[in-house]
Ligand binder design. Sequence first.
Ligand code: BMP
Length: 217
Amino acid sequence: MARDVGLVVALDLTDKSKALEIAEEVRDYVDMIKINYPLVLSAGISIIEELSEIKPVVADFKIADIPYTSGLIAQIAFKWKAKALICHGFVGSDTVKAILNVAKNFDGEVYVVSELSSAGGREYMSKHSNEIAKMAKELGCHGIIAPATRVDRVAELREIVGDLKIFSPGIGAQRGDMEVVKYVDYIIVGRSIYNAKNPKKAAEEIIKRIESIENLK
Ligand code: BMP
């Protein structure tokens, strides 16, 4: 049976060669590679291009700035061959629109953070995440990021975004609930894969867990 829910590996490493090694190791199990500041600030922006030879890269820069500056950041990420970019939604529609305009020139995708999976995500973001998700859908973004640590919220966000892609971090180290698979298109996993003794086996196990929940759907 083909899997409906994909796996994105988050490579929050500061050692470039280790990041490349793990990417190679798990390439048959993951659909995309997500990178964030720890790796880019350590390895340099060209790591996007290098990793994109292995799998499409999501540049998780969580952009949260004025439209002009945000557009510049987006341009750099896409020039270096990112397939998709993550930005914040709480900054408002003008910034998200500016990023989307840049993305169009590169045929790139834009995913918007709804509410963070960490506890602090409840303090401010969750009060507005439904509106943020609605905005992402209305503007024509390609996906949202929603927390596996709060499956009830993800279920609600799914109602709002319809067929928009949902990416869900929080499985593993953040003790999220795998049941989230019922509502999302991709789960994002970092530490449980790259800190594992055998990252390939860890990725394989996660896929098995995804499949076992999918079979109950
Ligand atoms: P880990 O599996 O190690 O907890 O990694 C999760 C990844 O997803 C990290 O790269 C983190 O920056 C990202 N992330 C998250 O954990 N929660 C969010 O709400 C949004 C994220 O992008």
